[in-house]
Each structure stands twice: as C-alpha cells, then as structure tokens.
Design a binder for this molecule. Structure first.
Ligand code: HEC
Ligand code: HEC
Length: 432
C-alpha cells in the first residue's frame, strides 16, 4: 500500500537549525546556576560543534535555553542525542546515534540520578524547574532499557511519559492513562535526511499528518502542559523545514562505475518497485509492506499496534482537529536508500551489521559484537557496515538475534543473486 502524501505547514530552515541547537523543545531543565555548580566538579565534555552563547560545559545532547517559565536552564536529551553522531571522524547531523548505551543502568537514567543527587536550591522558580525535570525523569526510571547497546527505546520513553498525562491538557496525572506492556520496544534510529521523501513518519509509517506535531510528542517527558506545547509549535515547524534540507554523506572512496552501472540494472529489476529510483529523475513510492511479505521481525510493528499510546495520541492535543494521527499497521515502510552506505546496522531493529548481509541472508551473524568506536577504522567500506565479529559470549555489547523482536530473518530479495551480481548491486548502493 502506498502511503498518501500529507501537506506540511511551512517553516524556515535557518531558524529551524538554530532551534535545534538552542531551542527549549525538551521542556523543563536544570537551572543554569545549579548546572554550573554541578559541572564545575567535572571536566568539560568535548563539543563537536560550536554553539553561540552555550556554556562550554553543556554536552551536545543537551540544550541551554530560557524555559517556558522564564528560567535559564540546561536540559536534554535533545534531538542530537539520538539523531547525530560522530561518524568516521565527523559529526553528522541526521545520522542515527548507534553508539549510545540505553541498556539498564546507563544512559539517561544513570545520568539523571547522578544529577538528582545534587539538586538543592532556595529559588522558587528554579525549584519548580527542577521539580518538573525530576518528576519527568523519575517516571522513566527502570522502564526504558534497551536489550543491547546501540538500540534506542524512543517509543518506550513516549509510552511511559504519555501514560502519566491527560491527553487533552497534557498535564501530569497520577492514575496511568493506559497500561504498558512488558515487551521491550527498541529500534535502530533512521537517518533524517530521508524526511524530504517521506509521506509518514516511523518504521511502520504510523505517524501521519503534521510532522511537527508528531515529533513534538517527545516533549511529554518534560514539558508542563498544552500551553507549553503550543508555544513550542512554531519552532518545531522550522525544525522540520531544516530537517528537509539535510543531505546524506557521500561514500568516501572511489566507486567502480562500470560495476555500479551493472548493479543499477539489477536494482531497477528487483528493488526499485519498493525503494524507488535515484539520480536526476528520482522517484519514491512510499510503500508500506506487510510484515509477512518483507519477512523481517514483526514484533516491533505488532507491539506498536497494541500499545495504549496509539489511542492516547489520537485523543490528544497533538491530534486536535485531525492535524496529526497515529495509524500503526503490521507493516514496515520500504525506506529511501539515500546514503544507505552510512546507516548500518540495517533493518528497523538494526539486526544486520552490513549491507552485504542485507543482500545475502546467509551472511547475517546470529550473535555479533562491534567496536563502539566511531572512528574510520570501525567501519567496513567493502562489505559496507560496522566491523563486527560473531561471538558466543554474553554482554550488552553483544547483539543477540534470538531475543524476541530482534531477529534478523526476512528481506531475502537478493538471496538468489550470484556472487558477482551481488557485488555489482552493492557497488551501486554505495552511490545512492
Ligand atoms: C531518545 C532518542 C530520540 C530523541 C531524543 C529524538 N528522537 Fe527522533 N527518533 C528516534 C527513534 C528511535 C526513531 C525511530 C522510531 C520509529 O521509527 O519507530 C525516531 C524517529 C524520528 C523521525 C522519523 C524519521 C523517519 O524516517 O520516519 C523524525 C523526523 C525524528 N525522529 C525527529 C526528531 C526530532 C526533530 C527530535 C528532537 C525534537 C527527535 N527526533 C528526538 C529517537 C529519538
Ligand atoms: C517488497 C518490497 C521490497 C523489495 C522488493 C525490496 N525491499 Fe528492501 N526493504 C523493504 C522493506 C519493507 C524494508 C524495511 C524492513 C525493516 O526495516 O524491517 C527494506 C529494507 C531494506 C534495507 C535496509 C535499510 C536500512 O536502512 O535499514 C536495504 C539496504 C534494502 N531494503 C535494500 C534492498 C535491495 C538492494 C533490494 C533489491 C534486491 C530490496 N531492498 C528489495 C522492502 C523491499
């Protein structure tokens, strides 16, 4: 099924970039004076990009801004914390962060705890900020863990936060609005430079309508109410307009043009009907493919279909007047493949470390581990993806495809190619 187009309200890309780096879309935060006191205790983190007016102690996954309540704060995780990363020595905005560790006892929870233990102040506005910040963070405690490092629990964060909000006013409530299943929800992070081609958001294309409203939902962790959401909306429109201008990085080594041309022929025959065509006359069908047809692990799509978040969202401030809605199906979108050489690991669950593995299901390791270094040596430009090794040991740095939801089967559309044809196809994919 092709996903129908949805009109996006206009926005200003330049203002959007500024909002991304400096905006208060996350909501409540840690008052700056408290932040300075805390960070004076430790070393400054390395910052990959300069941000004007931002204290050098603020890491790239947090923003510094004046909150909705007029308090200058520091807060995160901002968009860059999940959607930007060091890759082969460069900071790439829009590339999913697959090195971040969201397994139990790490990441957001541990950091929040650490900060919380220092919180003290006798300034009432600042106290209110801290209270909102800690309340939001506390709800996430212990509920957001991904099974392996590199996977991202974004929708579990949303579920946990939304369940404690009134859908219309977005105010916090004590009684949960819906129950949350025990299933782990975690996924890879899609590259944002494909947004310009997409008619719907997310791996299952459930995010329909106004992209800015859909994404604003991340504010459920820390914003105060619908009034604050309203104030954030113009900045989010600009931010979406900025994301539409992102471009993928280019494959850094020479490509064999003859081999790639051969690969293009194979691609047009076997792949383009789902993934579209590339180059000057690009096309993209926005095709939603049932899980039985693509054959990749269906649990992620199924879990989101059953989640109370869907009904909550469709009754919420975000969906007011039908401007945005969630429509999950047992299907995955066939994604645009622009810059696909750089987006390993592959599939919605990140179960396949290389593009060669996507093209040959016999080359997909059942249990594998990679180096989480982001330098050039950790990426394999020949087989295209993360350098990795198969392993039998346990550990959160081992991706285990036998865990429910994290299987690596399916998408066998290139399995029957002979080895030279597969190489040609791989060569072509490097050029997208
Ligand atoms: C905690 C990590 C996290 C944060 C913070 C986060 N995202 Fe995401 N984002 C994800 C994950 C994971 C997905 C994929 C979820 C899915 O498709 O099921 C995603 C999906 C998206 C998509 C849809 C992409 C597509 O191809 O369908 C957009 C657009 C997006 N995020 C933008 C943003 C913006 C803008 C921000 C900041 C306001 C943000 N995200 C903050 C993790 C995050
Ligand atoms: C029937 C439609 C269909 C055909 C034909 C098809 N694909 Fe896909 N492809 C999909 C879907 C759906 C996904 C997403 C699967 C998931 O995330 O679980 C996908 C995912 C991928 C991915 C992973 C993208 C990422 O960033 O994770 C690559 C690479 C890919 N396809 C390449 C190809 C190539 C090359 C061919 C031709 C040999 C091909 N596909 C044929 C539907 C198709």
């Amino acid at each position: 099924m092709a996903v129908p187009a949805s009109e996006q309200p206009p926005g200003d890309p330049e203002r959007g970039r500024d909002y991304l780096l400096h905006g208060g879309y996350v909501g409540a935060g840690i008052p700056i004076q408290l932040w300075r006191a805390l960070t004076a205790l430790g070393p400054n983190p390395d910052t990959p990009i300069e941000r004007l007016g931002v204290d050098p102690s603020v890491p790239i996954d947090m923003n510094q801004y004046v909150s909705h309540r007029g308090v200058e704060v520091v807060s995160g995780v901002n968009c860059l914390g999940c959607h930007a990363t060091m890759f082969r020595g460069e900071f790439v905005i829009g590339l999913g962060n697959t090195t971040r560790d969201w397994t139990p006892g790490t990441g957001a929870t541990a950091r929040t705890k650490q900060l919380a233990s220092f919180m003290l102040s006798n300034n009432p506005e600042a106290l209110r900020e801290v209270e909102l910040f800690l309340e939001g963070a506390a709800k996430l405690e212990g509920k957001t863990a991904a099974p392996f490092r590199g996977l991202n629990p974004a929708f579990r964060l949303e579920e946990v936060s939304a369940a404690r909000r009134d859908p219309r006013t977005l105010e916090r409530v004590d009684e949960p609005a819906f129950q949350i299943a025990d299933t782990v929800i975690a996924s890879d992070v899609p590259p944002l430079w494909n947004l310009r081609k997409k008619h719907a958001l997310y791996y299952n294309a459930m995010g329909r309508g106004d992209f800015a409203r859909l994404i604003q939902q991340i504010g459920m962790v820390l914003i105060e109410d619908a009034d604050e959401a309203e104030a954030i909306q113009p900045g989010m429109r600009d931010l979406m307009a900025y994301l539409m201008t992102l471009e993928p990085p280019e494959y850094p080594e020479p490509v064999d043009a003859q081999l790639a041309a051969l690969g293009e022929g194979i691609f047009l025959n076997r792949c383009a009907s789902c993934h579209g065509t590339y180059g000057d006359d690009e096309t993209y069908p926005n095709l939603l493919v049932p899980t039985e047809i693509v054959g990749t692990d269906p649990l992620y799509a199924q879990t989101l279909r059953e989640s109370g978040l869907i009904d909550w969202f469709n009754r919420s401030w975000f969906a007011a007047d039908g401007a945005a809605y969630a429509a999950p199906e047992s299907a995955y979108i066939a994604p645009p493949l622009d810059g696909v050489w750089a987006t390993a690991p592959y599939f919605h669950n990140g179960s396949v470390p290389t593009l060669l593995g996507v093209l040959d299901s016999t080359r997909r390791p059942a249990r594998w581990t990679r180096s989480f270094s982001t330098d050039a040596h950790a990426y394999d430009l020949d087989n295209v993806g993360w350098l990795h090794e198969a392993t039998d040991r346990d550990g959160t740095d081992v991706y285990d495809t036998t865990v429910p939801g994290f299987g690596n089967a399916g998408h066998t559309f290139a399995d029957d190619l002979d080895a030279p044809s597969r190489r040609a196809l791989l060569e072509y994919l490097k050029t997208l």
